[in-house]
Design a binder for this molecule. Structure first.
Ligand SMILES: *Cc1c(COP(=O)(O)O)cnc(C)c1O
Length: 428
């Protein structure tokens, strides 16, 4: 008995028929549940910022904004996306180690809440641009702290990084910070890492960050108007990984945040999250084009490979541990064989899932890669082999909305210029 996968009572085959494959489908209900669960459990003393990097689609940003999220952006396009999605400038922070003059100028002109500065040299650029714009600009310092806590898949603190300013130099920077007349140092930002699935390291990180905020206020003799404690909360991808317990996490964090706010009434607390908010709501859907065997192994060649979903590959160039993958055509049926799920690229690395146990797969079947709402198409080499970006669909109130059109060959060619090269210009 074959059971087809459904999202909000819509059959994926109907969605795939309507919008084509490969495509990303986001379940708006799940997006809402994830946000509202966290919002409900986290103390109201902490404000939530959405990191657009994880999924910059304007409709996703808009849904999160409607639910109350503010925005953390890292490029001019992300800044425009947030604004067009309805986020007020005073609810936006701009971050990133390589801000261009254009980006800094745009932040100043829009009047965003804070620029998160990542180096002393950047601070000087902000001062110069702010002076020429005739503005005093609120700036938060991204600090690379001297502590680091294990438990993140990508540790940030306590080691040489291109991000932020070293804790020591910030603590000794009073004189320099006071020399600026168009920059107001008003915030602290620390981002400790990503994909954290354990409560303890997050709690320890946060405690360290709040202590650092105290030290910075004392050493620099300022009152911080904001402390962004980062986030980096993870989503389970691989077998054996457990979901982060938000209930346990908030139970431990809330008293810390509340006591900090009690002694720092004028300091807003921010948490910035990307993956955690959007990761679980999304799925890559691809269609099996060919099913074949090679030297005893099964291969399903789909129309959506690593060019749509590089994240499934993980670090390194070959998939080591699989994302949750299922046949959407025969969902829940007993597995019969191990299949390698591959894509259309002409590289042996184009493997989205390695030896995945699945029910029988036939040409035309739909394959789903779950927990793929974060770092999907925009973090993938979508231009490789000129396939272009897949379509993206958001399901809201039982209705499927196209939120990104699939790239066409015309789209891909439109930015290229054909120059006329005469025979004589080509030397043999
Ligand atoms: C990437 C990044 C985020 C988002 O990280 P997630 O792990 O997706 O939550 C937030 N802040 C900074 C500074 C980042 O670089």
């Amino acid at each position: 008995m074959s059971t087809e996968y459904q999202i909000q009572q819509l059959r994926v085959s109907d969605i795939a028929e309507k919008f084509g494959t490969p495509l990303y489908i986001y379940d708006g209900d799940v997006l809402q549940q994830v946000y509202q669960e966290l919002r409900g459990l986290l103390t109201p003393q902490v404000e939530l910022f959405y990191s657009l990097k994880a999924n910059p689609n304007i409709s996703i940003v808009h849904m999160l904004q409607e639910m109350g999220a503010q925005a953390e952006v890292c490029s001019l396009a992300e800044l425009h996306t947030a604004v067009q999605a309805g986020v007020a400038p005073e609810s936006i922070i701009f971050l990133g180690p390589g801000k261009s003059d254009d980006e800094i100028t745009a932040c100043i002109r829009l009047g965003i809440y804070a620029i998160v500065c990542e180096s002393f040299q950047e601070l000087e650029r902000i001062e110069i641009i702010a002076a020429s714009e005739g503005r005093i600009v609120p700036v938060a310092l991204r600090v690379n702290p001297s502590f680091s806590v294990k438990g993140s898949r990508l540790t940030m603190g306590g080691k040489p990084r291109q991000f932020g300013m070293d804790e020591q130099s910030v603590l000794q920077g009073k004189e320099q910070f006071e020399s600026y007349s168009h920059v107001e140092i008003m915030g602290l930002h620390v981002y400790m890492g990503t994909r954290m699935l354990d409560v303890e390291p997050i709690v320890q990180n946060t405690r360290h960050i709040l202590e650092l905020a105290d030290r910075i206020e004392n050493e620099l003799d300022i009152t911080l108007r904001m402390v962004d404690v980062g986030g980096g909360l993870g989503v389970p991808y691989h077998e054996g990984e457990q979901s982060l317990s938000i209930a346990t996490l908030t139970e431990q964090l809330n008293p810390m945040f509340e006591s900090f706010r009690n002694s720092h009434a004028n300091t807003r607390l921010f948490m910035e999250l990307g993956r955690y908010l959007v990761g679980t709501c999304g799925m890559l859907v691809s269609r099996a084009l060919y099913v074949k065997q090679s030297y005893g192994e099964h291969f399903v060649v789909t129309d959506g490979g690593t060019n749509c979903h590089m994240a499934a590959v993980g670090t390194g160039s070959y998939v080591k541990r699989n994302f949750p993958i299922a046949s959407l055509t025969r969902y829940g049926e007993s597995p019969v064989a191990e299949y390698n799920i591959t894509g259309p690229l002409c590289t042996p690395n184009d493997v989205v899932g390695k030896r995945v146990l699945l029910p029988p797969v036939e040409r035309g079947d739909l394959i789903g890669v779950f927990h793929s709402g974060a770092y999907g198409p925009t973090a993938s080499p979508t231009h490789f082999l000129s396939h272009g970006s897949p379509a993206e669909v958001l399901i809201v109130a039982g209705e499927a909305h196209l939120i990104r059109e699939r790239d066409t060959p015309q789209d891909l060619l439109s930015k290229q210029r054909l120059i006329q090269v005469s025979d004589t210009a080509i030397t043999n």
